[in-house]
Design a protein around this ligand. Sequence first.
Ligand SMILES: [Cu+2]
Length: 136
Amino acid sequence: MKKALYVIILGLPIIFWACNSETKTEAPKPRPLPTMSEHTEISAAPADNIRESTIKIPTAVCKTCEAAITKAVNNVDGVTDVKVSAKGHTAKVKFDAGKTTLLKIQTAISKAGYDADNIKRDSKAYDKLPSCCKAG
Ligand SMILES: [Cu+2]
């Protein structure tokens, strides 16, 4: 009984081959499975998306400016941290690059009435700033 089964199993491919001999095409070679060594590190940590950037804000001059810029930047979805320095005329921002971009943050600062790197301030927003903040 076992022998019969063996013959059938061996015979099947031959029959199959015979039937297909006219349109014989080479079967695609099975590709080796992608090997992943145990040392391969899969880094999908969300922390990888966090970028840090320093934006120049030359027209920030006082504490009111700092507060206004901090508020504007924090309102951008994806910003995780912001430190504005009126003295240094900078804003150090940390943001999730998967959620926002540096340009969006610069634009938010511009809309608050301040130049941000090479993005010019929104003049209407600037007009609304308190006089102490218009030194720039
Ligand atoms: Cu100010």
